[in-house]
Design a protein around this ligand. Structure first.
Ligand code: HEC
Length: 143
């Protein structure tokens, strides 16, 4: 028969790893909370700009600049009037049509498939205006 001292030892042996588990969980909980906090904050910031209401400048910085600021993949550089003059003479509608369908090394909408038509017009107008065009960027409603 098992005496009470043996039971106490057995109970202690069972309780130790459980206590260890509990400790680990609470540390992990705090740690993961502190790690996910900055991510949550960033998501809130992004959500402030609802799809459809992004400005040309915002879209340019987030999407178009990756090629157009450096001239990557032979993209006409932002602000390079000579590279843009002939293109600008196509007019805003013509440029938007190219950007929408894609052209040469540029994928449709510069790869940002979530852009609305109006957002694309804003981005094209912003980009071309840096190189001498004077297109009117459609206003963002509700701001
Ligand atoms: C992956 C690189 C890349 C990205 C991203 C990109 N472009 Fe382009 N873009 C190009 C290249 C390359 C050309 C030159 C295409 C050609 O003439 O062959 C071009 C040309 C253009 C033209 C001139 C079209 C024409 O008919 O001459 C416009 C307008 C334009 N891009 C707008 C944009 C806008 C607006 C964005 C962002 C929404 C964007 N691009 C993002 C690579 C890119």
């Amino acid at each position: 028969m098992i005496d009470s001292r043996a039971l106490t030892v057995l109970a202690a042996a069972l309780a130790l790893p459980l206590a260890g588990c509990g400790d680990n969980k609470s540390i992990d909980g705090e740690l993961s909370a502190s790690l996910t906090q900055p991510v949550a904050r960033v998501e809130l910031k992004v959500q402030k700009v609802a799809p459809g209401s992004r400005t040309g400048e915002q879209i340019y910085s987030n999407v178009c600049a990756s090629c157009h600021s450096s001239g990557a993949l032979e993209a006409p550089k932002t602000g390079d009037n000579a590279a843009w003059a002939a293109r600008i003479s196509m007019g805003l509608d013509g440029l938007v049509a190219s950007a929408k369908a894609g052209k040469g090394n540029m994928p449709p909408k510069g790869g940002a498939t979530d852009l609305t038509d109006t957002e694309l017009v804003r981005a094209v107008a912003y980009l071309a205006n840096q190189a001498g065009a004077s297109f009117t960027e459609p206003p963002v409603e509700g701001n």
